[in-house]
Design a protein around this ligand. Structure first.
Ligand code: NAP
Ligand code: F7E
Length: 334
């Protein structure tokens, strides 16, 4: 059986990708950083079918050891400091993990086995202050946060190792994607959870930031399929993965509240503490290249995604799960 290594396996995408690779018959190895509390919530259902190993993108020796021990043929580098507001508070850490972490992994591959196929989790945040609509692989980057800047570095170092060392290094430029496993602080999950709490009488309002920003949002389960498909091609490349539709945060609220028969205008409060020092106003991707070259298409619609997320959060809260109040951790301080 081929072996695949996933960094960031404890994250949203890591859990969906692990499921996909198991279905495809891989031995799945997940790299997990050391934390004081073991955090395998998203992997509970497959924990006995995967192998977990300690390692950290900040520590190159740990990466080399993992590669030597497990000899993967494919590596999916999903690990990153992925929350944009935190990147203003911790810009250096963001650079170390989200930017230089990519070089550490590419170098570990170069030193152990250059034939390993590599996937880098690049982001639509690289387009930032967009110079064309929709955004495609050739659209110039203008990142608007330390996170976006770090992802631009990660993208170009991936391209550079491909060109310098003839490595099968791929960059997936993924637009926003959520799911019921999305981190609580990201806007579509904050909204689905807020709607569920309000519907059940556990909250009275939902405080958000800029309601006019627009995003192209798909389902994480569809997007991890594209990652795997990229690594099955003879030639490595860069691919935009997106739905081609864009929705304002206001529309996301409207859709999610309407699903439980409520009007968002009665509950949503725009709170300046959630505004960012520099915003990405409009993202919408053109995934034609992925459609034509690797045959990728999204399956779940935006409406289906938001409804599924609200339903899952209703179920969670009804079952008595207590969700943390994240306001202090998610407002932007810089
Ligand atoms: P996520 O849920 O925040 O997961 C991030 C993962 O990275 C977690 O497993 C985290 O571990 C791990 N990690 C963080 N720092 C690390 C370090 N120094 N060493 C090792 N592991 C580390 O993110 P996601 O939504 O699944 O996204 C996956 C990747 O795609 C990220 O690189 C993200 O930037 C990128 N991306 C995401 C989207 C999106 O809309 N979801 C779009 C484009 C690109 P802990 O569990 O220990 O924190
Ligand atoms: O914000 C606005 C906010 O934090 C989306 C990451 O997965 O996707 C994600 O980055 C928009 C922004 O995601 C709130 O100002 C309003 O315009 O959900 P987000 P993001 O910054 O787009 C990209 C592709 C990644 O690569 C990242 O890893 O929503 N917004 N009010 C808010 N955002 C948050 N988080 N919270 C609010 O209260």
């Amino acid at each position: 059986m081929p072996t695949a290594l996933i960094t960031g396996i404890t994250g949203q995408d890591g859990s969906y990708l692990a499921e996909k690779l198991l279905q495809e018959g891989y031995d799945v190895v997940g790299m997990v950083r050391r934390t004081s509390v073991i955090n395998l919530d998203r992997l509970q259902h497959i924990e006995d079918r995967i192998t977990l190993v300690q390692g950290d993108l900040l520590d190159e020796v740990s990466l080399i050891s993992v590669l030597r021990e497990f000899e993967p043929t494919e590596i999916y580098n999903l690990a990153a400091m992925s929350f944009v507001p935190t990147s203003w508070q911790q810009p250096v850490l963001t650079g170390e993990a989200t930017a230089l972490g990519v070089t550490r992994m590419l170098d570990a591959i170069r030193m152990t086995n250059k034939a390993i196929r590599f996937y880098q989790a690049s982001s639509s945040e690289m387009f930032g202050k967009v110079v064309e609509v929709p955004q495609r692989e050739s659209t110039p980057f203008h990142p608007r946060s330390p996170y976006g800047v770090a992802k631009v570095y990660g993208h170009w170092i991936t391209v550079n190792y491909r060109e310098s060392y003839d490595m099968h290094a791929n960059s997936g430029i993924l637009f926003n994607h959520g799911s019921p496993r999305r981190g609580l602080e990201f806007v579509e999950r904050k909204i689905s959870l807020g709607v569920a709490a309000i519907k059940l009488g556990q909250a009275q309002e939902l405080r958000l930031g800029n309601l006019e920003a627009r995003r192209d949002i798909g389902f994480a389960g569809d997007y991890v399929r594209a990652m795997w498909q990229m690594l099955q091609q003879d030639e490595p490349g860069d691919y935009v993965i997106a739905t081609g539709e864009t929705h304002s945060i206001r529309e996301i609220c409207e859709t999610a509240f309407a699903h439980v028969g409520l009007d968002y205008q009665d509950y949503v409060v725009s709170d300046p503490r959630f505004y960012r020092p520099a915003e990405v106003d409009l993202l919408v991707g053109d995934a034609s290249r992925a459609r034509e070259t690797i045959g990728w298409e999204p399956q779940m619609t935006f409406l289906q995604l938001m409804q599924a997320m609200v339903d899952a959060d209703l179920q969670k809260l009804e079952s008595g799960v207590k969700m943390p109040n994240l306001v202090e951790f998610t407002t932007v301080r810089y």
